[in-house]
Design a protein around this ligand. Structure first.
Ligand code: GUN
Length: 280
């Protein structure tokens, strides 16, 4: 039986630590506030936004909610962001993605003041990560580093393979593993002989976006496997990009879906909000 990396427990521990820290900041009259913007009413986005606001309330972070109609124009959204950039009481700004097709996501992300970029998506935040300078880090990959560290898994000198090269997960994940002194390979849809590459991994991070694609044929005996995917299968059950039962028979540690990477994203968002509040 592999070690099951319990994202629910680890995220709860982080939230408890943050709750104490936020309580102490309040005694110094420092209040932290996150502005959450959602455009349209995509049901999945509404669930994510609701969970983010709930986490804020639990930890003691104020949240301001901006629920804008689907028809909101780019200019209207940019104006709201500029206003929030100026608002002293707002420490973090989160624009839930994806945005409606008529809005240019990159321009919206660029409009957020990097000091309030708690998602870590602004080019300045990504650039800072790339050259080892302080800045906000994308929450899902930052959460994965916490999962590994708090589970006693050493990263330094390990062969780390990341499958997926998205701006939100794959690329920042590779940079963070490198920062932890891992030897990092990024595989993607154009990688030749993916199995040959993934079988080298001591730590395999899977963010491919295809249900149960990674079976034990892709995994070295004793590897640590982190599953970023989340899908609903034909029976309405949640599953990841990793075929859990199959891979569990060969790996040394694995994250479940649900209860692995998912809860960590919000915990790290809360962490970034607290850091934003302290810095401002
Ligand atoms: N949509 C899916 N994941 C995320 C995330 O981490 N942040 C934002 N803003 N939108 C998302």
């Amino acid at each position: 039986m592999p070690q099951i990396i319990d994202g629910k427990a680890i995220s709860t521990a982080i939230k408890e630590e943050l709750k104490i820290e936020v309580g102490k900041l309040k005694e110094e009259h420092i209040h932290i506030c996150l502005a959450v913007i959602q455009v349209g009413n995509d049901p999945a986005s509404s669930v994510y936004v609701g969970n983010k606001k709930k986490a804020c309330a639990y930890i003691g972070i104020d949240s301001q909610s901006y629920e804008l109609p689907e028809e909101t124009t780019q200019e209207e959204l940019l104006k709201l962001i500029r206003d929030l950039n100026e608002k002293k009481e707002v420490n973090g700004i989160l624009v839930q993605l994806p945005l409606p097709k008529h809005i240019d996501e990159d321009e919206v992300i660029r409009a957020i003041d990097p000091k309030k970029d708690v998602d870590g998506f602004h080019p300045q935040s990504v650039g800072a990560l790339c050259i080892g300078q302080p800045g906000f880090v994308s929450c899902t990959p930052a959460g994965i580093i916490q999962l590994l560290k708090r589970s006693g898994i050493e990263i330094a000198a390990k062969e780390c393979v990341v499958i997926g090269r998205s701006n939100i997960v794959g690329k920042p994940m590779a940079l963070l593993l490198l920062r932890e002194n891992g030897t990092v390979t990024v595989a993607h849809s154009r990688t030749k002989d993916l199995k040959e590459v993934t079988k080298r991994a001591d730590i395999l991070i899977v963010a491919v976006g295809r249900p149960k694609m990674i079976t034990k044929e892709y995994v070295k005996e004793g590897a640590v496997v982190i599953d970023v995917g989340i899908h609903r299968n034909e029976n309405n059950k949640l599953c990841g990009d990793v075929d859990y039962d199959d891979v569990a028979s060969v790996c040394s540690a694995i994250t479940p879906v649900p209860g692995g990477v998912g809860p960590m994203t919000i915990a790290m968002l809360m962490h970034n909000c607290v850091e934003a509040g302290k810095a401002q």
